[in-house]
Design a protein. Sequence first.
Length: 565
Amino acid sequence: MNKLLCLSLAIVTLLLFSCAVNEPASAGSVNGKSISKDDFYSSYRGHYTMFSYQNGRIPDNNEKQSIFSETWVNITRSLILRNYYQKYKISTTMREVIDTLSTSIPQHVKVSQAFAKNGKFDKNLYLQSLLTDRPENMSALRKQYQEYLIPNQKLQAKLIERELISKQEAAQIGKILASKADITLNVFSATGLDESISDNEISAYYQAYLPKYRLKPYTRFAYCTVPVIPDEEDYLQSKIIADSIYTQLNSGATAEEIIHARADKTGMLSLIDHGYQKSADIPAEIQNQFLNIVDGTCTSPQREDKGWIIYQKVQSTKTLTLYRSIRIQSLPRSSSLAEPETTAKRIMDLAMSIGLKNAAEEFGVSYLETQRLDPDSLAFEVRDVVGMLNKKLKAATAGSIFEPMYSADLAAWLVIEVIENQTKLYQSLDEVRSAIHTELSGERLKDMNKLSAREWIANPNKQAPNNMQVVAMKNVNAYSSWENQPLTNYYYQALKAHLANTPPPIIELEGKLVVPVSSNQQFSKDKVSAAQIRDTYIKTLPPDWFNQWLDTQVKHAKVVINISR
């Protein structure tokens, strides 16, 4: 299924179909299924938002009408799919989803900064998020796979098995598989065809497709950290909070409730769900404490570098223990912050003259560079400074160095230097001229090549064009090969055209066009198995056959619309 359809269906998932018993006024119906106004407009807003995101602007009146129509089409698609899932009792377990996403990781996930560590994709971080939604919430991706992508794969198999191969078509495939024939492959190549693209055509294309050249803003920066070490008084203050949390937890309060209630008061509470771990693999000091407490209770606060930690023993089995940890960071007071802040300011001053990297080396502090980040959703790992950083980046240029910012997440001062800050809205015509020329030239050559093939099919007795190569094969069958590839599709399509007494087909092959023609056909009465017929049918399906099938179902659906845009 193509990406746009997947995205559209994911949006439609939000509405299909949550109608309550007391349904609001109907927006219309699809195959007799009523669609409420609330559900329709919820989906419409999703499509509207997607358009605005993709094009960087709100739609005009004509585009709003197109979005209105597209919303109905995608509602219809979604309903048809759900009806077919019910018809064939298709469902997908979460185990199937996890197994699929664990072994076949989507490409957009592999390039996401959310799962990057030291500039590379971190599979363990991805798998952790896939299973626990921490640190990234993966519920939307799991839902898409569970509700559409995996069911669609199962549905395709059911359609091929139960509906798409008619008795007549199965008989024809069997007849072709039991035959032999001479096959001539007429291969048309665009190489050598003469095409020219004018500057006016390039300019017109650029203006017509300007949104295509919209630049996505990005920023990249470097930063160094100056740690802040809490003093004893800082630890004492956070110990009071840790003791209070310990009491609340052992009195039945949940960690989530406590963190939510104290979020504005303490600033640095964090919860980590460790899941079920082999008891023998848990650090010995934690194991020993768990021996003395019952399920559902906690250890007393333990001191660590940045504050205190409480371990909650949720449940234990024979060999496994489910537990969580709650961290309470010691927040530095002004006196603890002062000296590191002074150091950070000195690094900033030096960086103004020699650059942040060299300044960091002089002071012996860490220096890190980010990947290119989207300023609209800044995926910077130091989350508590993102808001402040966003404001500064809006007016920053490459080379800007900001005043030190304090991060409670890191318990450190940050000095940040902007490396890149792309704010252009569009690529210029000069920047994309060559790419447009290549695109237009490729399309024109493709059209010229197709015209050449069609003209030859209409009059095969005329002199063959210069861009045509003839490959003649004698006494072959559907199981023969050509250039180390199965001949199946070419053979089948050629004999199918012969049996139907229609012109030979045009088949695309890696930028070329192949027109297969059969002669000297020899048909036998040999038996062909149902499995052979099915495999051949699958091999001869066009790549986009499922979307074509779904489009046909949508075309024949009875859609009644009671509202206007």
